[in-house]
Design a protein around this ligand. Structure first.
Ligand code: SF4
Length: 393
């Protein structure tokens, strides 16, 4: 199955914690940017990756993911143009088509209905917090009530799947605040939740505020307790914790040894370490044996495409050892872990022969478990995932 990431690098204003490749007050470039995107998508027809050999990866839906930035700043007509250009790369009829939406942008029911009628079937909304003072510190352009209203509008319009993103470990947040947020969201009966701990990125206003002591954030122990609380409450509410940071409402046809139907299939392609195309300023594609990164600036990206070039800033070669390590590090993020069949099909080697000593050591420490088909992280391993992943490098 083929997967395509499309980057939309525009935001109304930058959030205080954000270091994504996105720009505020550049709306006047959107029309030219959409033209350039459509041209780049036509160029990508020459670079289609082979279909995956792994049965698990081949079983995923094809996918298009509009990420950002704030893709919901595009008009339905602009989204339609991009989808028409993308149709030569990914079959739209069967694809999961996700779009990241910011509750602060104009997300009325008419807009949501229009983009759904174009084929967007999965909406991912960055809510981040349900506490208005915290949203203000984060520089978000919406209130908690607006986020809830946008979610209910999306629900009413009938999206196949809706994800909400939240951050924990936020300035001033304590365990009781986080519990209140989780309890409210569980009551909304959301299909899919992505919960991330705050990463303080250098060169962001929030980093400067925290290092200057003007804003306090929870320490590592409290942040870990928030993660454990999320695991506990969402488990009791019936969610499946299918990836380290992602939970989903199980569906009747879900199988425990396969990804859930309402999982994000685009992200599953990353976790299966599949190849994927990417278009847009600063977008990263993965076509083994290489990864590529596009030009980050909007001007530079548009100029390169207008000059008739692929807008690639950097190509990074990948070795078979990289492929093996990344297949493990990405796959172990999933509750189903990495199957021997998937590893052999993707890497062309036997998992036990390749990593036998490492797997044995991690099992002895209770960080992974294994049966005759697959290897996966234990509950303890999930708490120290990065430590486990480092063993495969
Ligand atoms: S809306 Fe998202 S991409 Fe835009 S500035 Fe905020 S965090 Fe960054």
């Amino acid at each position: 199955m083929r997967h395509l990431y499309i980057h939309i690098p525009f935001c109304h204003r930058r959030c205080s914690y954000c270091d994504f490749n996105t720009y505020a007050n550049m709306e006047h470039h959107i029309a030219a940017y959409v033209d350039a995107l459509c041209t780049e998508l036509a160029m990508l027809r020459e670079s289609l990756p082979p279909l995956p050999k792994s049965p698990a990866a081949a079983a995923l839906r094809p996918s298009i993911f509009f990420g950002g930035g704030t893709p919901s700043m595009l008009t339905p007509a602009q989204i339609e143009r991009i989808l028409i250009a993308a149709a030569a790369l990914v079959p739209l009829e069967t694809a999961e088509i996700s779009l990241e939406a910011n509750p602060g942008t104009v997300l009325g029911r008419d807009y949501l209905r229009d983009i759904r009628s174009l084929g967007v079937n999965r909406l991912s909304m960055g809510v981040q917090s349900l506490h208005d003072p915290t949203l203000r510190i984060l520089g978000r352009i919406h209130t908690a009530a607006e986020a809830r209203a946008s979610y209910l509008d999306a629900r009413a319009v009938g999206f196949e799947s809706i994800n909400l993103d939240f951050i924990f470990g936020l300035p001033g947040q304590d365990l009781a605040d986080w519990q209140a947020t989780l309890t409210e969201v569980i009551a909304w009966d959301v299909d899919h939740l992505a919960l991330y701990s705050l990463i303080l990125e250098e060169n962001t206003p929030l980093y400067a505020q925290v290092t200057a002591g003007r804003v306090q954030i929870p320490d590592d122990d409290l942040t870990a307790a928030m993660y454990e609380l999320a695991m506990d409450l969402l488990d009791k509410a019936g969610y499946r914790h299918y990836e380290i940071s992602n939970w989903v409402r199980p569906q009747p046809d879900d199988r425990p040894d396969a990804p859930p139907r309402l999982a994000c299939h685009h992200n599953l392609a990353y976790w299966f370490n599949s190849d994927y195309l990417a278009a847009g300023a600063g977008a990263h594609g993965h076509l083994f044996p290489q990864r590529y990164a596009n030009i980050r600036s909007i001007d530079g990206y548009i100029a390169a495409v207008q000059a008739g070039h692929r807008p690639i800033a950097e190509t990074i070669p990948l070795t078979p050892a990289d492929l093996a390590a990344e297949t493990m590090m990405m796959g172990l993020r999933l509750d189903i872990g990495v199957s021997f069949e998937h590893f052999a099909a993707r890497v062309g080697d036997d998992l036990i022969e390749h990593y036998g000593t490492t797997l044995h050591e991690l099992m002895q420490h209770g960080l992974i478990a294994m049966d005759d088909r697959r290897v996966w992280l234990t509950e303890r391993g999930r708490m120290v995932g990065n430590h486990v992943f480092a063993h495969f490098l």
